[in-house]
Ligand binder design. Structure first.
Ligand SMILES: C[S@@+](CC[C@H](N)C(=O)[O-])C[C@H]1O[C@@H](n2cnc3c(N)ncnc32)[C@H](O)[C@@H]1O
Length: 341
């Protein structure tokens, strides 16, 4: 690690778990302040919203894993299918020893498919998971138990902060992965800025592997975000419980319902929490009182779906050269391999 990386990590607590596993976490107080401040802003806007990054407390991460096991949730199944058949297609690009950097690593289950491929071309691997959720701790331990020659350095923080850390780590090439169609959560401008940030910090021999969900039949989309077991609804509502637990708020979860619709014009699934009555809520740590009328919506997530031409122009505008694009057998989902132009 060079001096810039060390400096960047000075606001973090480091946890050395074992020789091949350490991770960095920002001090707890700064995380709580950010959460409280962001809500204070977004819940006072005319169209109220809560950022999707706040879904992922311990319970939220567990619920997301449950979503991934639902038959309706095709993004997980489609991306896994592509990764399972990737070895021969990816190996020709892996002539050097790569580090694996993963944005939003979550439970790192699909990561194993990539780790297996990387171990076909190198004997040791450094893995840098970056995730806002504390789930990173357990996921990293599980990986270290199963892979002898793996060294894990995790960053429990936002994508942006994690990337700043990686940027100055060393001179080895990185395979930077962004799976799970998480990129689709950004709005257009933020997404472009984020891709440009990744592009700017990439070295000429780095690779970028990104999972992008495709436009498709609206019924398939509807079912994926309104599953029959209501797990997505629980996941959505859990963010209110998190606000209660961490910021002392008094949301009554019975007074809200999950609402997810596809907006064809914007090409995205939009997720909301609908207020079932006129009500007012206090969030002491945000120093905020929120009034909601019956049927008012709190926006919690966008999930953009892309056409191939949109993917091409996005990569172009952000200075990437598309090396490959792979699809699942239903053509629901794409995995793009790119490098810096
Ligand atoms: C849709 S899940 C994908 C998980 C996993 N990569 C997969 O493909 O199954 C998104 C992951 O990104 C993390 N995440 C969401 N927003 C984030 C942010 N702004 N910064 C860092 N991590 C974030 C979540 O904690 C979660 O683990």
């Amino acid at each position: 690690m060079n001096d810039k990386s060390k400096q960047k990590m000075s606001g973090y607590q480091s946890y050395l778990i074992q020789d091949n596993l350490k991770y960095f976490k920002p001090h707890k107080t700064s995380v709580t302040v950010t959460f409280a401040e962001e809500l204070r802003k977004t819940l006072q806007e005319p169209k109220k919203s809560i950022s999707p990054k706040f879904f992922y407390d311990e319970n939220g991460s567990k619920l997301f894993d449950e979503i991934c096991s639902l038959p309706e949730y095709y993004p997980y199944n489609s991306e896994t299918e592509i990764l399972q058949t990737l070895e021969k297609k990816l190996l020709p690009y892996l002539s050097n020893e790569f580090h694996l950097v993963e944005l939003g690593s979550g439970s790192s289950v699909k990561t194993r498919l990539l780790i297996n491929i990387l171990f076909k071309s190198q004997t040791h691997l450094q893995y840098f998971p970056i995730d806002i959720s504390e789930i990173l701790d357990q996921s990293a331990k599980n990986l270290c138990m199963d892979y002898e020659n793996l060294t894990v350095t995790g960053v429990v923080d936002t994508f942006e902060n994690g990337l700043d850390f990686i940027e100055h780590y060393d001179d080895k090439p990185n395979l930077i992965t962004f799976l799970g169609s998480s990129f689709g959560n950004f709005n257009e401008n933020e997404g472009m800025k984020f891709l440009q940030k990744i592009n700017n910090l990439m070295k000429s021999d780095d690779l970028f592997l990104i999972g992008l969900d495709l436009k498709k039949d609206q019924q398939v989309l509807h079912n994926a975000y309104n599953d029959s077991q209501n797990i997505t609804a629980k996941f959505n509502l859990n963010v209110l419980k998190r606000i209660n637990d961490e910021l002392g708020a008094d949301f009554d979860l019975e007074n809200f319902e999950h609402h997810a619709i596809y907006d064809e014009e914007k090409g995205r699934v939009e997720m909301y929490l609908r207020s079932l009555s006129d009500q007012s809520i206090t969030i002491p740590k945000s120093d905020l009182s929120v009034t909601l009328s019956k049927d008012e919506l709190i926006h919690t997530e966008n999930s953009h779906k892309f056409s191939i031409s949109q993917i091409d122009s996005l990569l172009n505008e952000c200075n990437f050269e598309k090396l490959e694009i792979w699809f699942d057998s239903k053509n629901y989902y794409s995995l793009v391999l790119a490098k810096k132009l």
